[in-house]
Each structure stands twice: as C-alpha cells, then as structure tokens.
Design a protein around this ligand. Structure first.
Ligand code: T5A
Length: 209
C-alpha cells in the first residue's frame, strides 16, 4: 500500500482528555501544512457508528466479551477500508480517537481476553498497517472518571468498576513499554496546557512536526 500520510492515534482511559487534545493536534498539524482527517473508533463510518451505538448502549442482556471484541474489529475493518486507508493513500494525516491499542487495553486488559486472539484479528484486519504514532494520555483512574462524569452519564463500558479501569490503564502502560518506537505515554493528570506542551514535544521527538 502507498502510505504517504501519517497515522496518529490518541488513547487513554475514560475522561483523560482525548477529544480535547485531538483538536489541539489538528491545530498544530494543520498549521504545519498537513491536511488532517479527524475520526474515531468505534465509529468513523455509517456501519461503525451503528456498531458504536450497540457497543456503548445499555441493554438488559449482557454482551459476551468475544462478541464485543469482534464488533470492535468489524467496525475497524470498515473504517480502514472506507476512511483510513484511502486518506493515507491520498497523503492526508489521519488523527484517530482510539484504535487497536484500545482493544488491547479494554478487551485484553479490562476483559482479560486472550491477547493472542487480538493479535490474530489485528493481523487479519490491518495486515502490516500500524499507527505511526500513538499518544497515550495517562492519568490515575479516579481523575479520568471524575472528569468524564462531569460531562455525561456513563455508557455501557464506563459503568465498569475501578479495577476494570486499573487493568485498562496498566495494559496501556505495558503497550508503551513494548513498542516505544511508535507508542508514547504522557502525563495527562496535569492542567490542559501542560498536557499540550508534552504533546507538542512528542510530535517533534517522533518527527511528525
Ligand atoms: N473501546 C474502544 C473498547 O473497549 N475497545 C476498542 O477497541 C475501542 C476503539 C469509546 C469506548 O469504547 C471503548 C473505550 C471507551 O469506553 P470514547 O467516547 O472514545 O468511548 O471514550 P471516552 O473515554 O468515553 O471518551 P470521553 O470523551 O469520555 O473522554 P476523553 O475524550 O478522553 O475526554 P474529553 O476530552 O472529553 O475530556 C473530558 C473532560 O475533562 C476535561 C474536558 O474539558 C472535559 O470536560 N479535561 C480536563 N480537565 C482538566 N485538566 C485536563 N488536563 C483536562 N483534559 C480534559
């Protein structure tokens, strides 16, 4: 695949500031002359947004962890084929609010699914494509949850208990250690301007800017 554009993803537990900082990233990259496409997972296409609705809405019937995992990748397959790959081939920079690292963190860490299942699906759906840079916004669970709860009522995943989110956070920290060449962790517990300063420094360090 011709892959001229950069693929950047933003990750972290609930409420750490992904949406706020995605807009900051867009501003920085646009100023530097890059043509950005902003998107999110699960979502980004009609099918993906419909699956997002099913994944995040409350239901009387429990969803099995395997069904949850497969729906994340079904949405991702559509997103890659309709939005991400075409934009990268067109030389655009793709800024995505969550991607496969979220699956490792939530379904692998949180739900404790076998990571080899995730790895197999990642290889099947993505082939060799991985983000050029993943920024993980890291903050203690109570800070993220407090910020998120100020803003909206909890969705199906947000209603999980603290130990679930502690496992998610730890899985993100582990991912940043396993793939330091493309995944970095920054401290998101500090005020927004201090988070943005770190993001700017990482873009320079990873030669995106
Ligand atoms: N999921 C997703 C999986 O389980 N597997 C997968 O493979 C994928 C792709 C998606 C859900 O799906 C799960 C994970 C999620 O549970 P989502 O909407 O992407 O949901 O995720 P949320 O974390 O729920 O997104 P939020 O919009 O709630 O949180 P954000 O985007 O991290 O936070 P943001 O920017 O909206 O900020 C929250 C509040 O905090 C303030 C903001 O102003 C806002 O009010 N804030 C700060 N306040 C003080 N200091 C700072 N530094 C601040 N930064 C932001």
């Amino acid at each position: 695949m011709k892959n001229d554009g950069k693929f950047i993803t933003l990750e972290g537990i609930e409420g750490v500031g992904k949406t706020s900082n995605l807009l900051y990233l867009q501003e920085l990259l646009t100023k530097s002359g890059q043509n950005c496409v902003l998107t999110r997972e699960p979502g980004g296409t009609n099918l993906g947004e419909a699956l997002r609705g099913l994944l995040l809405s409350h239901s009387d019937e429990n969803m099995s962890p395997d069904a949850e995992l497969l729906m994340m990748f079904a949405a991702r397959a559509e997103h890659l084929s309709k939005v991400i790959r075409p934009a990268l081939e067109n030389g655009q920079t793709v800024l995505c609010d969550r991607f496969t690292e979220a699956t490792y963190a939530y379904q692998g860490g949180g739900r404790q699914l076998d990571v080899s299942k995730i790895r197999d699906l990642e290889q099947w759906v993505q082939g060799e494509l991985r983000p050029d840079l993943t920024i993980i916004l890291d903050a203690p669970v109570d800070i993220g949850r407090a910020r998120a709860s100020n803003r909206s009522t909890p969705d199906r995943i947000e209603q999980e208990k603290n130990d679930f989110f502690e496992r998610v956070r730890q899985a993100y920290i582990d991912l940043s250690k396993q793939h330091p060449e493309r995944i970095c962790l920054i401290d998101a517990s500090v005020k927004l301007s201090a988070v943005q300063k770190q993001i700017h420094e990482k873009l320079v360090e990873y030669e995106i800017l």
